[in-house]
Design a protein around this ligand. Structure first.
Ligand code: AMP
Length: 540
C-alpha cells in the first residue's frame, strides 16, 4: 500500500523561490571582482535567476546541456547556480586553479555549451577557448561597459546585457528530481579528472542535512561567509542551505587574504564562516599582531584537510569562536561527518574535549560509513583499529560522469581515506591511502609531478611527497634518483617544470637520493621515503 502524501519532486528552483517568498529582504552581499561591495536581497536574486533561465532559453539551450563557470564566490555566480539548474540545465563549476590543459580537457569532456567567467579569468579563457570545441557562447560576468574590446574570444557578451533584456518572470519547469543539476571534477591521482554529477534530489537532501542542529545549524539569524569556493563542490552546499534557511549570505569574491576577510566579517557582522585551514591561517596571522577581535563571528566550519589543534585552540581560546571540524569529498556533495560534542562530553577536561574535537566527527543522517580491512571485512568501532573508509548515502556518487567502470565496492563508495571510528561513532582520518598532496586546500597529484620529473633526460626515478608547511599545510618535494653518469641541478630541474604544470604545483624543492624504496609489487614505498627524509626541512 502506498502512502497518500503528495509526491512533489525536490528541485533546486524551489529553494530560491522559498527564500524569495519567506526571506525576501534577507541580504546577499558580495565583494566584486571590480573591488566594490554589491548588496541586494533574495527577492532580487530570484528575479535575476529567472532572467538567467530566460536567457538560456533564448540561446535555445537544451534540457541537460552544460553551462560552465570560472568564477569566484559572488552574486552573479549564485544566480547561475539557480538559473542554470532550475531551468533543467547542468551547472559545471570549473576550478580556475587547474592547469589550462586540464581546463580545456574538462570543458570538452563535459561538452560545455556556454562558459561564464569572471574578468579575472579573461587571460585563462583567452588561453583555452580555441581548444574548447563544444563551447558556443562566452559570457563575461560584468556590465556591458566593462566588456573587454578585442579579446579574441568569439561570441563574447557581458552577463548584464545578456540577462538585462530578459523578463524576471519564469515558470520553473517540474521534472524528475533525479535529473542532473550540477557537476564538479575531482583531480584523481592517476589519469584524467573525474566528474561527480549531482542531482536535484541529492543537492536538496544535502542542503536539508547540512542545516541540521548537529551539522552546520544554519539559521535565518545567521550571516554566513562561505570562503570555500563555489567552484569546488558547490561551496559545501552553502548556496543551497542558506536559501533553505534564509541566512544572510556574504560572498568574499577574489579577496581571500586575512585583511580582506577580516574586514568583510566585521563590516557585514558575519556570525558564521566556512573554509579550509589555509584561509583561516591567513586570517589569524593578520589578526594576532594587531590584537584584533571579532565582534560577531561565533562559529566556523573547517574542513577539506585536517584542522590543526592550534587553530581550534586559537579560535576558541583567543577569539571565542567555536570550530566545527568537518570531513567530506567531491564524491559526497561533500559533507559526510561533522564534529559536535554530546551532553556526556560536558564533564570532560579541556584536553579530553580537544581530543574529540580534532576528530572529523559523526556521520550526518543519510551517510552510512564503515571501515574495512584489505579483505573487505568490517572492522570494530573502537577508536583504535584503522581501515579503509567506505560510505554510502543519497548524496554519494554511484558512478562518475562517463565513468570507466563501477567505482563502488558492494554498493559502498571507497573514499581512499584510512580512518578509525570510536564507539560513539566519531570518525578520525589517520592517513590517505592515495598520496595526493594538499596545498592551500587544493589537490596536487604526486603522480603528475613525478611524471614531469621522469621526463627529464637525466632523471631515472622520482617520487613526490608532501612536506608540512606552516602556511599551505603541505608543499610538494620531489625525491630524485639521477641516471648513472648524468648531472642535473636542483635549479635546472625546477626550471624544467615551468609551463608544464600550474605554478603553485611546482615542487618547493628537489632532494637527490641514491634509491627510492620499492614495495613487493614494484610500487614506490612513500611511507619509507618519508622515514628516510624525516630530518628534511623545506627551504625557507
Ligand atoms: P575533495 O574531493 O577535493 O574535497 O577532497 C576530499 C579529501 O580531502 C578526503 O577524501 C580527505 O582525504 C580530505 N579531507 C577532507 N576533509 C578532511 C578533514 N577534515 N581532515 C582530513 N582530511 C580531509
Amino acid at each position: 500500500m502506498l502512502g497518500l502524501m503528495q509526491s512533489q519532486p525536490m528541485l533546486i528552483s524551489s529553494l530560491i523561490e522559498f527564500a524569495a517568498r519567506h526571506h525576501s529582504d534577507a541580504e546577499i552581499v558580495s565583494r566584486r571582482v571590480e573591488g566594490d561591495i554589491h548588496r541586494y536581497t533574495y527577492r532580487e536574486a530570484a528575479q535575476r535567476a529567472r532572467q538567467v533561465a530566460n536567457a538560456l532559453d533564448a540561446l535555445a539551450l537544451g534540457f541537460g546541456d552544460r553551462v560552465a563557470t570560472l568564477a569566484w564566490n559572488g552574486y552573479r555566480h549564485f544566480e547561475l547556480y539557480y538559473g542554470v539548474s532550475g531551468s533543467g540545465r547542468v551547472l559545471h563549476t570549473i576550478n580556475p586553479r587547474l592547469h589550462p590543459d586540464q581546463i580545456a580537457w574538462i570543458a570538452n569532456h563535459a561538452e560545455d555549451q556556454v562558459l561564464c567567467f569572471d574578468l579575472s579569468f579573461l587571460p585563462l579563457v583567452q588561453a583555452v577557448h580555441a581548444r574548447c570545441s563544444t563551447v558556443k557562447h562566452y559570457i563575461a560576468l560584468c556590465a556591458a561597459d566593462k566588456l573587454p574590446a578585442d579579446s579574441g574570444i568569439p561570441n563574447l557578451r557581458s552577463y548584464e546585457s545578456w540577462i538585462g533584456s530578459q523578463s524576471g518572470d519564469y515558470d520553473w519547469p517540474s521534472f524528475d528530481e533525479n535529473t542532473a543539476s550540477s557537476m564538479c571534477y575531482t583531480s584523481g591521482t592517476t589519469g584524467n579528472p573525474k566528474a561527480a554529477l549531482y542531482s536535484h534530489r541529492s543537492s536538496t537532501l544535502h542542503a536539508y542535512a547540512a542545516a541540521l542542529p548537529d551539522v552546520m545549524a544554519l539559521s535565518a539569524r545567521d550571516a554566513i561567509l562561505p570562503v570555500v569556493p563555489m567552484f569546488h563542490v558547490n561551496a559545501w552546499g552553502i548556496p543551497y542551505s542558506a536559501a533553505l534557511t534564509g541566512a544572510k549570505l556574504v560572498f568574499p569574491g577574489p579577496a581571500l587574504d586575512g585583511k580582506s576577510v577580516y574586514e568583510l566579517i566585521e563590516a557585514e557582522q558575519v556570525t558564521y564562516a566556512a573554509g579550509v585551514p589555509t584561509v583561516w591561517q591567513m586570517l589569524l596571522t593578520h589578526m594576532k599582531p594587531q590584537g584584533l577581535q571579532f565582534s560577531s563571528l561565533r562559529r566556523t566550519v573547517i574542513g577539506g584537510s585536517a584542522c590543526p589543534p592550534a587553530m581550534i585552540q586559537a579560535f576558541n581560546d583567543d577569539y571565542g569562536v567555536e570550530v566545527l571540524h568537518a570531513w567530506g569529498m567531491t564524491e559526497m556533495s561533500p559533507l559526510g561527518t561533522l564534529c559536535t560534542l554530546k551532553n556526556k562530553h560536558d564533564s570532560l577536561s579541556a584536553d579530553e574535549k580537544m581530543k574529540i574535537r580534532l576528530k572529523q566527527g559523526r556521520a550526518i543522517y543519510g551517510i552510512d560509513m564503515k571501515i574495512v580491512d584489505s579483505a573487505g571485512k568490517s572492522l570494530p568501532w573502537d577508536g583504535k583499529t584503522y581501515g579503509d573508509l567506505l560510505v554510502k548515502g543519497p548524496w554519494v556518487i554511484r558512478d562518475y560522469y562517463k565513468g570507466d567502470g563501477d567505482p563502488l565496492q558492494g554498493g559502498w563508495f571507497p573514499t581512499g581515506d584510512v580512518a578509525t571510528i570510536d564507539a560513539d561513532g566519531y570518525m578520525q582520518i589517520t592517513d590517505r591511502s592515495k598520496d595526493v598532496i594538499k596545498s592551500g586546500g587544493e589537490w596536487i597529484s604526486s603522480i603528475d609531478i613525478e611524471n614531469i620529473a621522469v621526463a627529464h633526460p637525466c632523471v631515472l626515478m622520482a617520487a613526490c611527497i608532501g612536506m608540512a608547511h606552516p602556511k599551505w599545510d603541505e608543499r610538494p618535494v620531489i625525491a630524485v634518483v639521477k641516471k648513472p653518469g648524468m648531472e642535473v641541478t636542483r635549479e635546472q630541474l625546477l626550471a624544467f617544470y615551468e609551463g608544464k604544470t600550474a605554478k603553485w604545483q611546482i615542487p618547493d624543492d628537489v632532494v637527490f637520493v641514491d634509491v627510492i624504496p620499492l614495495g613487493a609489487t614494484g610500487k614506490m614505498l612513500k611511507t619509507r621515503l618519508r622515514e628516510m627524509l624525516k630530518d628534511y626541512q623545506l627551504p625557507a
